[in-house]
Ligand binder design. Sequence first.
Ligand code: SF4
Length: 76
Amino acid sequence: MAETLNGVFIDVEVDASVTGDAELAKKLEEVCPVDIFAATGSGVEIVAENLDECVLCDLCVDAAPDGAVRVVKLYE
Ligand code: SF4
């Protein structure tokens, strides 16, 4: 179970070119099943405490322009 994991095993990167995009922020907030993205007044924010819940579904990657969102596995 994920609860037994304490470290951060996933990093999600949003390219600086789209972090201020309010529409994309809303879309990302909607598509991610585990609430890793928050749409704020200033654009996209990553909710760090939810990162380890990432299920690698790639919905965020598909919702964003090519290369704008990257999901990086920090383990093999
Ligand atoms: S891969 Fe899926 S679970 Fe992970 S951040 Fe993207 S939308 Fe959320």
